[in-house]
Design a protein around this ligand. Structure first.
Ligand SMILES: C[S@@+](CC[C@H](N)C(=O)[O-])C[C@H]1O[C@@H](n2cnc3c(N)ncnc32)[C@H](O)[C@@H]1O
Length: 349
């Protein structure tokens, strides 16, 4: 039995959204400070060339678009990076915390052509044909109703407009048919248990947030794994670990013994799609010429990262924008399946 099955069978759950349960509580969304989102680019860093190549791929996918909408911008990616290259960017995100951070980043970078709107993309507060480009980075599949989001993206694009979006490829990411990750931490008088369940068939992800009165059993268990202050922790950090259903610290026996102390139980559920399914589903929204590729980082990392290139990159720093923009046009050379993210481009007829 998976931990998810136990939770579903034994607890009364309230439905929430990923924005409420996951993105609203993150301090920062990205694992590292991103160039032209959290700080200016640094040409001495190969990482920044790779990141800028990703922006180049979005620009190539957008063609000549100048008024661009970014769906699910998070801290402002790719909206703020694109703003240096197009006339105007509007970024939406339903999480107030993310929208505030994107606004802070916009101000800090001195960008005057970015507007951040706090709204779910299922109901975009824009008129038909308001944009000539729509982008999104790993956000459409995080929404409650991705079909509706795509129909909205199509509606707000003018005829001839371009769509360019990345999607998380769970089929490439998961190492087994089912993966469960749990964490437990104490917040004053409350013990918070989080479970992320991801599976290949069906291709889905669900996250559960269980809040308990922090009794001795839970405090002891949390003490064994250490505190997890934010969601930015990685699998290598203490407190966030892979668990199997028979895990003695975070598994079903702990939940069974803590059940009487339950205060609330909320969850959200996401349906993921393979690259092939996504291509079909983007087409169903009305888009034409829909194509999926791997992430440009697969090429860009090898190209910009070798240590012996660092001096050369510094010499080339005045041309960083031009070079990474040209590099981005190679997005079509990366096959799907090479990376845990895929890139979809399409147009509105
Ligand atoms: C994985 S993050 C990606 C953020 C950013 N684009 C990036 O790549 O760093 C997913 C984002 O989608 C947002 N999101 C969730 N539900 C959404 C919805 N219904 N409409 C628009 N954005 C949504 C989340 O709040 C979150 O900021």
């Amino acid at each position: 039995m998976t931990i998810e099955t136990w939770v579903r069978d034994h607890l009364g759950l309230d439905r929430a959204t990923s924005a409420e349960l996951r993105y609203e509580r993150m301090v920062w969304q990205a694992a590292e400070a991103l160039p032209w989102v959290h700080r200016p680019a640094d040409p001495a860093q190969p990482f920044d060339w790779v990141e800028e190549a990703r922006v180049g791929a979005f620009l190539a996918g957008l063609g000549r678009a100048q008024r661009v909408l970014d769906i699910g911008t998070g801290d402002g990616w790719p909206a703020l990076s694109l703003a240096r290259h197009v006339q105007e960017v509007v970024a939406v995100d339903p999480s107030p915390r993310r929208a505030d951070l994107a606004r802070d980043n916009t101000r800090r970078l001195g960008l005057r052509n970015v507007e951040v709107v706090c709204a779910p993309a299922e109901e975009l507060p824009f008129s038909d044909g308001a944009f000539d480009g729509v982008v999104s980075a790993c956000a459409i599949e995080q929404s409650t109703d991705p079909d509706k989001v795509l129909r909205e993206a199509f509606r707000v694009l003018r005829p001839g407009g371009r769509f360019a979006a990345t999607f998380e490829d769970l089929t490439a990411e998961l190492r087994g048919p089912v993966e469960e990750t749990a964490e437990l931490y104490i917040e004053e008088e409350t013990a918070v248990y989080r479970l992320v369940h991801r599976s290949l068939a069906p291709l889905r992800e669900a996250e559960y947030e269980l809040r308990f009165r922090a009794d001795e059993v839970l405090r002891q268990a949390a003490g064994l794994i250490g505190p997890v202050p934010t969601f930015q922790s990685t699998g290598d950090e203490p407190g966030l670990r892979l668990v199997s259903p028979d895990d003695r610290v975070l598994g079903i026996p702990l939940l069974e013994s803590a059940r009487g102390a339950l205060l609330s139980a909320r969850f959200f559920e996401l349906r993921h799609r393979s690259p092939q399914e996504t291509t079909a589903f983007v087409g169903e929204a009305g888009f034409r010429g829909v194509k999926a590729f791997g992430n440009i980082t697969w090429l860009a990392r090898d190209f910009f990262s070798p240590a012996h290139l660092e001096d050369l990159l510094l010499k080339l720093s005045p041309y960083m924008d031009a070079i990474t923009r040209a590099f981005g046009r190679l997005y079509g050379a990366v096959p799907v399946g090479k990376t845990s993210v895929f890139f979809v481009v399409a147009g509105k007829p």
